[in-house]
Design a protein around this ligand. Structure first.
Ligand SMILES: [Zn+2]
Length: 307
């Protein structure tokens, strides 16, 4: 692949082209395929701007949308797979929440950006008619081989499902990665039955974590093209004909070792780095590396309904 350029984009929420620069990105020699694998942790390569009209924060300029989706399609992600049990535990609680708040059990569900299909497996095992789309071919192949799930190696829009196909659509840790979230929400609305539900979670850049840590917040990663707050996401959901049913903090379960790696992300000074290395060694000695931890790190979840 030859050298690919970056493009300037307008605000995805209000369409304005009027922004202030929050911080400038650093030049990188990394190819898009080395950046857009969700667990690689590359950061600081894009300039982040804030729309002066509506407050949406986004990477600008950035690689072209097609280049980003192609890079996702080709990446391999062993690190994601390594957290299978903990991720399924998180998804079991996620599905509990969906069933409780929607009153639906065993309906038709679409998981967008389903990765290796952990959520689909949890849903199918509880009697849902579950389907998934995921641009990453490697993850789809892995999930199909492990679990025999119905997954398409495609984006939601490429998959071209018929209108009003689903009772519930879930987007776990997805929207901030997509080049055009407004178009994704529009498509989700088209695919939902009337009265159907959409679940979206985001790293909330209005959360106290984000404000305290700034650039060092663990969700500040080059794979994230958008930094929503509850305000900007709510506005985009309502613009696309959804009404909010529930908004709440979102808790995730991951291993201690994984959390220590996240802490290291914060530790750009020698003291912090030694501290996280020491924690890593202690965890290994105590054989606690796989110890599951349920934590809140500044994520917010929206459950919304198609009007
Ligand atoms: Zn705007």
């Amino acid at each position: 692949m030859g050298k690919v350029g970056k493009e300037y984009v307008r605000c995805n929420l209000c369409g304005a082209d009027d922004y202030s620069v929050l911080w400038a990105g650093k030049e990188t020699a990394l190819a898009p395929k080395d950046i857009y694998s969700s667990s690689k942790g590359v950061m600081g390569t894009d300039t982040l701007v804030k729309c002066r009209m509506c407050g949406l924060i986004y990477a600008n300029p950035r690689f072209e949308g097609d280049v980003i989706v192609d890079a996702y399609a080709e990446a391999e992600d062993e690190v994601y797979i390594s957290q299978a049990e903990n991720r399924m535990d998180t998804f079991r609680r996620g599905l509990d929440f969906v069933e409780k708040k929607t009153g639906i059990r065993g309906g038709r569900i679409l998981d967008v950006g389903c990765a290796s299909g952990f959520f689909l497996k949890v849903a199918r095992d509880r009697g849902w008619d579950a389907e998934g789309v995921e641009p990453n071919k490697w993850l789809v192949k892995w999930g199909n081989e492990q679990f025999g799930l119905r997954m398409k190696a495609a984006t939601m829009r490429e998959a071209k499902f018929p209108a009003e196909s689903f009772d519930v659509i879930t987007m776990w840790d997805v929207l901030e990665h997509t080049p055009d979230p407004d178009a994704e929400l529009k498509e989700a609305r088209r695919l939902l039955k009337r009265g159907g539900f959409l679940l979206v979670n985001i790293p909330d850049s209005g959360s106290s974590f984000a404000r305290v840590f700034g650039k060092r917040w663990w969700f500040v990663l080059s794979v994230h093209l958008y930094y929503f707050t509850t305000k900007t996401l709510k506005a985009m959901l309502e613009k696309n004909g959804f009404s909010v049913v529930v908004r709440k903090r979102y808790f995730q379960t991951l291993s201690l070792a994984y959390l220590i790696r996240m802490l290291k992300h914060l530790a750009k000074n020698p003291v912090g780095s030694i501290a996280s290395d020491t924690m890593g060694s202690v965890a290994r000695v105590l054989r606690m590396e796989k110890f599951p931890m349920t934590y809140y790190a500044g994520q917010t979840l929206f459950l919304v309904r198609k009007e």
